[in-house]
Design a binder for this molecule. Structure first.
Ligand code: PFF
Length: 509
């Protein structure tokens, strides 16, 4: 029987899907406030350097791990060494955890986009406090992702990426052009964003830029391994890595062009100080920007609609990549069909995202209920995954490709040196300083031990330990499947269906 190829149909489809995973709320929400907290242009410069020098190498390693095995992350690492499959399991668990808060944030973008039709996009606290509303929008967002992933890699993920990524680019061009033409304050905004003053860049700013680059490129959470496993043999992975990094870098750069001139314009017109705008805080996208858009009148309303629609699109193309990681694993491990796998994953993650949304809402309204270790659940999950587990997974991917593969497969030249030495060293630095920041947070200039922070690091260690144990007990000596399983399962289902139909036709009257 002819084996139907299961994966991306075209190179460009693969690249757009991977770029769609990369460009997400990290670029639209995280980048502007982190850049303004860390000196603007200098931060941008370090961020772009990290994308192209460090992130690109780790991405290439992850694509390669997926492509050489044509399987889910567990099988992919197992193929490198039977003892390394637990890393693959970790790379399936981390996206599941990320999904529990990404759904909530995606729900926020949907709500803000819809609100923009009727006026002001809204205020974070007001929306966050309305439990029913948060759940409703989280579910709507999750259902859109479910529909795309159910349609499959080629007909769902690839097709949507081909449509949504160019749409996002067009919207961003419109918004940044509009922003650049605002007049008063634009020059100052541009100077802030584009003229680097490295004296403003601290060590923690550099680390934040590195961490941001990794999160933005979707590294260390199985997404690029899974997408790599669906890429055809004819795809030049180095070239595709370059395309994805360039797209991510360009779109991030343009987000700054859209946001900073608008903020400085608002400051100039309203006479408010930049600190009053909450420039360096997490509320920049959900609190300050709606205020800035509202101040612009009718034009601002259109801008608001465009910005939050773009954010909802960006969140969708990102979340489908993490949903696909877990879905692919379940299809292959349990030999079930796609619809069933994706429905179960969505159901479980949406259920888990409800307390996360509630906890965020309560904390925004000044209540510390539903917090663990002094953090709301979104912050907790973000610290555990983004700061600790993702760098760990990315580091292990580099070590696997740089040191564990047979010599004939290893990268040589510049990328070989980067992969074996420089990139792992930089990831270790990001991870260690990230952990240090959690355990000894800086308060009023001094650092003090935080038992809550320590508990967060312990949680991350427990997750790693559980993955090692679960792998050894349940997966090490069992087949964890490959991409061919899905095609086989589909063929079998079709055969059964047609046999059933034929029997039906032949049944005597
Ligand atoms: N890169 C996405 C963003 O910038 O928002 C976040 C993300 C998506 C992280 C997918 C990890 C992932 F697997």
């Amino acid at each position: 029987m002819e084996q139907k190829r299961n994966g991306f149909g075209t190179r460009i489809g693969f690249e757009l899907a991977a770029a769609g995973s990369a460009v997400g709320l990290g670029n639209l929400w995280g980048f502007p406030y982190k850049a303004s907290a860390n000196g603007g242009a200098a931060y941008l410069f370090v961020y772009l350097a990290c994308i192209f020098l460090v992130g690109a190498i780790a991405m290439l390693a992850e694509f390669y791990i997926g492509r050489r095995s044509k399987a889910n992350p567990v099988s992919a690492y197992k193929a490198i060494s039977p003892n390394w499959g637990w890393i693959g399991l970790l790379a399936v668990v981390v996206p599941a955890l990320i999904m529990c808060y990404y759904y909530v944030l995606g729900g926020y973008t949907v709500k803000y986009a819809l609100n923009s039709f009727v006026g002001n996009a809204g205020r974070f606290e007001r929306f966050a406090g309305n439990v029913g509303d948060v759940i409703l929008h989280t579910v709507v967002f999750a259902l859109v992702a479910l529909a795309i992933v159910t349609a499959g890699v080629r007909h769902g993920i690839e097709k949507s990426a081909k449509l949504l990524l160019p749409t996002m680019l067009v919207i961003l061009i419109v918004i940044s052009s509009f922003s650049l033409l605002l007049g008063a304050g634009v020059q100052e905004g541009l100077a802030y964003y584009l003229k680097p003053d490295f004296s403003k860049l601290t060590g923690s700013g550099i680390l934040s830029a590195m961490g941001q680059a990794f999160f933005s490129l979707s590294l260390g959470c199985g997404a690029m391994i899974t997408y790599g496993s669906y890429s055809g043999k004819q795809v030049n992975l180095a070239r595709s890595t370059a395309v994805v990094c360039i797209l991510d870098g360009v779109l991030t750069f343009m987000v700054g062009l859209a946001v900073f001139p608008a903020l400085f314009h608002y400051a100039a017109v309203s006479g408010s100080g930049l600190s009053e705008l909450g420039m360096g805080g997490t509320g920049l996208m959900f609190i300050t920007l709606p205020m800035v858009f509202e101040d612009m009148g009718a034009g601002g309303q259109i801008l608001s609609l465009l910005y939050f629609t773009m954010a909802a699109i960006a969140a969708t193309t990102s979340v489908i990549s993490i949903l696909e990681v877990v879905t692919q694993f379940i299809i292959q491990r349990h030999k079930v069909d796609r619809t069933r796998a994706v429905s179960v994953v969505t159901l479980v993650c949406v259920a888990l995202s409800i307390p996360v949304g509630l906890s965020l809402g309560l904390s925004l309204n000044g209540s510390s209920e539903l917090q663990i270790f002094g953090k709301n659940l979104l912050e907790l999950l973000d610290s555990v995954t983004n700061t600790l587990l993702m760098p760990l997974c990315a580091l292990l991917a580099c070590i696997a490709v740089g040191w564990k593969l047979p010599k004939s497969e290893r990268f040589t030249g510049f990328s070989g040196v980067m992969l074996r030495f420089i990139t792992p060293a930089l990831i270790v630095v990001i991870g260690l300083f990230g952990a240090l920041d959690i355990v000894f947070p800086a308060a009023e200039g001094a650092r003090a031990f935080s038992s809550d922070g320590f508990a967060v690091v312990v949680i991350a260690c427990i997750i790693v330990l559980l993955c090692v144990l679960a792998y050894r007990i349940f997966l090490r000596d069992r087949d964890t499947g490959s991409n061919a399983d899905e095609a086989e399962a589909n063929a079998l289902r079709k055969e059964k269906l047609s046999a059933g139909l034929q029997r039906g036709w032949q049944r005597p009257e």
